[in-house]
Design a protein around this ligand. Sequence first.
Ligand SMILES: CC(C)(COP(=O)(O)OP(=O)(O)OC[C@H]1O[C@@H](n2cnc3c(N)ncnc32)[C@H](O)[C@@H]1OP(=O)(O)O)[C@@H](O)C(=O)NCCC(=O)NCCS
Length: 266
Amino acid sequence: MPEARVTSADSLSLPELAALFNEGFSDYLVPMRLSEDHFADHVRNNDIDLSCSQVVVEDEPVAFALVALRGEDAWIGGMGTVPAQRRRGLGERALVASMEETSDRGTSSVWLEVIDRNEPAIGLYEKLGFELLRDLIVWSLVPPDDPPPPSQEVEVEQARLWIAEHRQSREPWQRTDAALRHMHGLRALTVESGAAVIYRSAGDTTIALQIGATDEEAAADALLAAASGASALRLSNAPAGEPASRALERLGAEQVAWQHEMRLAL
Ligand SMILES: CC(C)(COP(=O)(O)OP(=O)(O)OC[C@H]1O[C@@H](n2cnc3c(N)ncnc32)[C@H](O)[C@@H]1OP(=O)(O)O)[C@@H](O)C(=O)NCCC(=O)NCCS
């Protein structure tokens, strides 16, 4: 068996890292294959720090843990071990090495999301002391053919301020204001019933990014207005039980995945 060494992710090229990412996720519970461009977007939008993120290399790179940094918070932006090398302690080694790097930079909390059926990963996170905070749902809605509720397009900043005043809990990492600042093509609208949504288009899909609503009905109006003309609307990691999730459930949206949000205090 070749000796395993740990190195920072920035010692690999972006295409090499994207290939390792895709191999680690090749048998994942949901399809997860990123083109090199999408992998680069993932790194940029989520503030993944490749000098902090660590890779385990034998003859080839075999395990990785990507870690993002924002102030005192860190977030695991994907980790994996290539299928043929699992259960040899390599995933744990990559993750622990990444967290040691973040700790040296003053991080106080490490956050992550994990699909609730992902027993190997949950086992690893619990072993390292991560604790469950809340459940998040990935939603996909095929909008009805009915006319959309009346809405008003507004400046993104106006919607952002309204949402900041009305949100019930912290945004998950990929939809925070810091993430949105990296994104292009953002649009926003409000509905009279009392909701604002920030979203963007990806092909013929509407990606809802932030939503604030006084209640479930208002959330439904805003999501239907944003989805108008699209073939689908997607909202990732909406907190279970909050107005957006209740609205999507009522509208018959599909639950693509349930995720546990977990945190480790360093
Ligand atoms: C999750 C994953 C990274 C674990 O990598 P790995 O290198 O096989 O894990 P390790 O050998 O370092 O195991 C460390 C700990 O994880 C847990 N674990 C790993 N595989 C497990 C399994 N199949 N069942 C239960 N627990 C498991 C155990 O607690 C283990 O500690 P132990 O060996 O003392 O029992 C790997 O299964 C993987 O790449 N999965 C696909 C991608 C993925 O799900 N990534 C996480 C997304 S959130």
